[in-house]
Structures are given as structure tokens and as C-alpha cells.
Design a protein around this ligand. Structure first.
Ligand SMILES: C[S@@+](CC[C@H](N)C(=O)[O-])C[C@H]1O[C@@H](n2cnc3c(N)ncnc32)[C@H](O)[C@@H]1O
Length: 289
């Protein structure tokens, strides 16, 4: 049997965002007018830029002490692109600032698969990027996240983006529990997005472990699809897994042949040197033909 190019590298990005450099398990990013440094476990290589460039960063995150801000560096600002506005926030409870630009290839797929009134379930939705892209494109999204602050932040993004009139259901709930409840209620969706963390907690403190609960969650998702499914996307990071594994799981969940599913890595290009890519997560994605 000959080799077949089944794995893709999908490059993300967002207006106003640049991955300036990475290396020594850290990354240097520009988010609007602010340059920041965060830990990046996958960046094993040497940084390309000299230390002087890294030293100019206005904020740096440390696992133990949180964000360390230079005088004058804002804690909150916003980033605007593709007709959406996202509030950017450096909070000591997280090294994340509110958006995952590497997810942008998924946003494109969400736009392409949109149909007026089609229902989309966004599990583990965080600050709502995919939910707002979907609402903007005409989907009727249901956004589920176990974190009340994350859902509140997503709602702020909805307002900042001028999408307050869109029919979005905001749910603070454990993903698995919500899906079980939706099955009982007989709810149906044309699209389902899953972006589970390796480890998490539901609002009641119940532990989520991706390797233990994902197969069950995917199995339950099958029961939530309407007769005309349009889109399913599964993304994972920081776990022992390959995108081929996600592809097989999605094929099971949708009951479609594995070779109808795109699988690969989400990566970000560096501003310099050209050609160097930072891998960030793996994914499997199915769109109705
Ligand atoms: C990395 S984020 C997802 C990123 C998001 N898809 C985006 O592109 O912006 C993972 C999210 O899962 C949520 N989470 C963790 N455990 C959960 C659970 N058991 N049920 C629902 N959400 C959970 C976290 O609060 C967090 O917002």
C-alpha cells in the first residue's frame, strides 16, 4: 500500500496577533499593541530572536506567580478582526488571554458549513470565539462551558461584537451532563464542536479527564445529530494522542468512513524566520459533502 497524505497542517492567525518567536519552552507574542511571554511546552528549540527582543515584552506569565506586568502595561484591551471584537485579559488565574488564534481554520469551516437557523452545539466553548463566528454566519449556537467567568467573558465578547441580538444560548454546565440532558429532551443539532481540555472540572467540581470521558461524550453526541448533520470538529491538546486517533473517533461518532474526515495539526506561523511553525493542537473535522 502506498503512503497517502491524510494529515494536514492548518495554519491559524487573527488580525492584530503575531507569534513573534518561540523557543526554550516559551513563546513571544504580540496581541494588539502589547507583547507578552508565556510558557509553551512544545517549543523545545532555540529562539530565533536575540534576548534583547524578548526583554522588551510588556508582560510575562510565570506558572507560580502569574502575570508580571511592566509599568503602563494594560490588563485588559481588545482585539478586532473579521467583524468581531474580543476582550483580551491577563488574569492571574490563567496564562491564556482570551483567544486561540490557531483555531481560525475551524472558524472558516464553521462559516462554510453555516445555513440559516442550523443549530450548533459548542462544547467547552471558553470565551466564545467559535460561538460568535457561528452566530455571525447564521447558525443558532448553544455555548457550553463549566466556567462561569468564561461564559460571562463570552457574553462580553458578544456585546462588544455587536451581536447581542443573535439567538445564542449560554450554558454554564459540565459538557457530559449537558449532553445527557439534551438527549433526554430530544434536542437535535446540525453541528457539534468539541474542544476539551486534557483535564478540567465541571461547575460542581466533578473531574473531567479527556482520555476517560471523551469516547463516551462522542458516543452521546451521535444521538444529538439531526437527520442532516453539517459539521463536527474535535480538537485536543497536551495529551497522548494523534490526529489519526481523533479521526477514527469522529468516524465512529458520525458513522461515516474515516477517509471522509480531515485530520491534522493546528499550527501558527512565526513572524520570523519564515517557514517555522509552532504546532499547538491536533484535530479531526468533518463537513457534510
Ligand atoms: C481550551 S478551552 C477551549 C477553547 C475554545 N474552544 C476557543 O477556541 O476559544 C477549554 C474550556 O473547557 C472548559 N471546561 C473544562 N472542563 C469542562 C467540563 N467538564 N465541561 C465543560 N467545560 C469544561 C474550560 O472552562 C475552558 O473554557
Amino acid at each position: 500500500m502506498s503512503d497517502t497524505p491524510v494529515i494536514r497542517t492548518a495554519l491559524g492567525g487573527f488580525p492584530g496577533y503575531e507569534l513573534l518567536d518561540s523557543g526554550h519552552r516559551r513563546k513571544l507574542e504580540r496581541v494588539g499593541a502589547v507583547t507578552i511571554i508565556r510558557g509553551e511546552p512544545k517549543a523545545w528549540w532555540e529562539p530565533a530572536l536575540p534576548p534583547a527582543e524578548w526583554n522588551r515584552a510588556q508582560a510575562a506569565h510565570d506558572e507560580d506567580s502569574g502575570w508580571n506586568l511592566r509599568p503602563g502595561c494594560p490588563r485588559e484591551w481588545s482585539l478586532r478582526g473579521n467583524g468581531l471584537t474580543f476582550l483580551t485579559r491577563l488574569s492571574d488565574s490563567s496564562k491564556h488571554w482570551g483567544l486561540f488564534p490557531e483555531q481560525s481554520p475551524h472558524w472558516q469551516a464553521i462559516r462554510q458549513a453555516a445555513a440559516p437557523g442550523a443549530r450548533l452545539l459548542n462544547l467547552f466553548g471558553y470565551t466564545g470565539a467559535a460561538t460568535l463566528v457561528a452566530a455571525q454566519a447564521g447558525w443558532r449556537p448553544t455555548h457550553v462551558d463549566a466556567s462561569r467567568p468564561a461564559v460571562a467573558w463570552a457574553r462580553e465578547n458578544q456585546q462588544a461584537s455587536g451581536l447581542s441580538d443573535r439567538p445564542i444560548r449560554w450554558i454554564v454546565e459540565d459538557a457530559l451532563r449537558y449532553v445527557r440532558r439534551e438527549i433526554k429532551r430530544g434536542s437535535r443539532y446540525e453541528g457539534i464542536l468539541l474542544d476539551p481540555p486534557a483535564f478540567g472540572r465541571g461547575p460542581d467540581g466533578r473531574v473531567w479527564k479527556v482520555e476517560r470521558q471523551l469516547p463516551e461524550l462522542l458516543d452521546l453526541c451521535r444521538q444529538l445529530f439531526s437527520e442532516r448533520p453539517r459539521l463536527m470538529i474535535l480538537t485536543t491538546y497536551n495529551i497522548e494522542a494523534s490526529s489519526l486517533m481523533l479521526r477514527n473517533l469522529l468516524a465512529d461518532s458520525l458513522r461515516v468512513p474515516a477517509d471522509t474526515i480531515e485530520a491534522g495539526e493546528l499550527a501558527l506561523p512565526h513572524a520570523a524566520p519564515p517557514g517555522r511553525l509552532l504546532p499547538l493542537s491536533i484535530y479531526a473535522r468533518w463537513s457534510a459533502p
